[in-house]
Design a protein around this ligand. Sequence first.
Ligand code: CO8
Length: 259
Amino acid sequence: MELKSLLLDIKDRIATITINRPKALNAINKDVMSELDYLFSEGGLEFKSLSGIIITGSGDKAFIAGADITEFTDLDEKTGYDKSKAGHDVFNKIENCSVPVLAAINGFSLGGGNELAMACHIRICSDNAKFGQPEVNLGLTPGYGGTQRLIQYLGKGRAMQLLLTGDMIDAHEALNYGLVTHVTTLEELPLTALKILTKISRKGPEAIARTISCVNAYFDKGSDGYEMEMKSFGEALASAESTEGVQAFIEKRRPVFRK
Ligand code: CO8
């Protein structure tokens, strides 16, 4: 698939996906969503050859200022539901990706943009970043998981306040609330993102994938995360990856998990 609204750069096993609509503050339109869907589906990114994925926005003003509001005028109840569901499906693929996905938030992270960031496994931001779910200003509710995922990071009280007021919070509040784990300058944001993913790339890739699944299971009402953890531990223990990891510890050397 030819990418029109996303830029893709792959270096040293780390893919950087840049939402590239700076004039519309990188708002998620049909193209952005279908291109993200393509990248995170079979036949898109080759996850086996990757150790991390960064999602960021083009320019120095916005990560993503929401879904593209200009596309809302043609929607009705049925197509609105369908569009919301399509977005949920894509963001679920990102959340369940076997390779860690990090949102490098370089400015406004609003509405559907913040919902995308929350579907990623790790969020870091620049000090100019602003976060919010302003859908109520438009007489709308979040439609890409905001009511469900914001609670996971902020707790019900803070999430409810942000969702009901449509207020924005700044980078430091987001750090205090646990929505992001690092605040850096805009200039240092890409390097900080790379450092985190490079550190993870030295760990066992199967262990990383299993850990992501177990953590996600906690939030999946249909899964028993404790049971999954026990099963995962047994499988990990029987794997060639853990044989190498344990042997390397005993031999006092760095493990070689990837050829
Ligand atoms: N959609 C489309 N265009 C946008 C969006 C957006 N979400 N945000 C900004 N733009 C455009 C502006 O229209 C403007 O375009 P132009 O230059 O052609 O007039 C350009 O980007 C620059 O924006 P501003 O001039 O407004 O820049 P400011 O610095 O003055 O303000 C803000 C920046 C505060 C970010 C402001 O642009 C704003 O409030 N944007 C809208 C934010 C918003 O409400 N986001 C939530 C959208 S709803 C949503 O995300 C729901 C997700 C679920 C969808 C479910 C399926 C339907």
